[in-house]
Design a binder for this molecule. Structure first.
Ligand SMILES: [Zn+2]
Length: 322
């Protein structure tokens, strides 16, 4: 299989086009094997990075202008991490140093103040707690209960994500506080996140580039323009203060944005705007980038996803069976 994928990578017609750029999006990398929102296993991540190193030219966003004009033997690829998981420090950092691979970390800066992950991850962390109710209903914010047992984890995750997406900040906090009680998990073992100190220590690390992932990770389609401006300026200021350099990359929370929010991002000084659509970028000079969401347990699936083949298969399946 791996041999086949390697040959496919070499022959893939898009690869001849040096303007094409691959952008990968990771979150967690660990061996915890969580039911909800699991990480990419460490071994899979490392094997994938070997594949990437052999077959791609790995760069930072700010290097794109230097590379697009050149004819390259290997296509361009950018590795990104969202949500500021501590997994980056514990399971990614050393491996990337050893292999001299560049990557981009997009921080939702509220985590640096709270010392815990963004709200969606708090929910998944509570769901991963052992004593799960069979179904869950918070009648203040939900019309119908979400079935937890017997449903596919991804379906449960997205049901909770949908509820939380609509709530304002204080409502999210209310919702999570009640969920903690109902799940009997008053002191949740929340996923660890990166700290200001660690980020500051990477200030001059040539392998790491930092971007913003908003401040409190809201879904932008639910915000007013003023709320968007507050989110994108606050996080920019916090990261720029820590690093003492300009932050020009912005990754949309949940990958959701629109032309109006793009315009606001441009106004406050972001140059590279990252969406999540499991699509390849045909023009590297676009300054809007789609990213492949990487969460696969096996190397083969991860490579198929990276090359855009899994999303093509999904499209074909939908066409044939719906
Ligand atoms: Zn995120």
């Amino acid at each position: 299989m791996l041999q086949y994928l390697r040959r496919l990578t070499c022959n893939y017609r898009f690869f001849q086009n040096s303007k094409k750029i691959y952008v990968l999006m990771f979150h967690k990398v660990n061996d915890l094997n969580s039911t909800y929102y699991p990480g990419v296993p460490i071994k899979t991540f490392e094997q994938l990075m070997q594949f990437v190193k052999q077959n791609f030219t790995v760069i930072h966003f700010k290097e794109i202008p230097d590379f697009v004009e050149n004819k390259l033997k290997k296509p361009l690829l950018i590795i990104t991490f969202d949500d500021g998981m501590d997994d980056i420090r514990t399971h990614v950092f050393d491996y990337m140093e050893l292999n001299q691979l560049k990557y981009t970390i997009n921080i939702d800066t509220k985590i640096l103040i709270d010392g815990k992950p963004q709200y969606f991850i708090q929910i998944y962390d509570i769901l991963n707690h052992n004593s799960k109710p069979i179904s869950y209903l918070d009648d203040r914010y939900m019309e119908h209960p979400i079935q937890i047992s017997g449903e596919k984890p991804a379906k449960v995750e997205s049901a909770f994500t949908n509820v939380l997406s609509r709530l304002k900040k204080h409502e999210k906090e209310d919702f999570i506080a009640r969920m903690q009680q109902e799940f009997g998990v008053l002191q949740p073992n929340y996923t660890k996140v990166l700290t200001k100190e660690w980020i500051a220590a990477q200030k001059d690390n040539p392998l790491i580039e930092f971007g913003s992932h908003s401040h409190s990770h809201p879904v932008f389609s639910t915000l007013s323009n003023d709320e968007i401006i507050a989110e994108i300026t606050e996080s920019k200021q916090i990261i720029e203060h820590i690093l003492d350099k300009k932050v020009t990359i912005f990754a949309y929370p949940n990958g959701i944005g629109n032309s109006q929010s793009d315009q606001l991002l441009r106004q406050v000084g972001y140059e590279y705007i990252l969406y999540t659509q499991d699509k390849l970028n045909i023009k590297a000079t676009n300054k809007f980038y789609y990213r492949m969401n990487m969460y696969h347990a096996s190397l083969e699936r991860a490579i198929l996803q990276m090359l855009g083949i899994l999303s093509e298969i999904r499209k074909v399946k939908q066409k044939l069976w719906n």
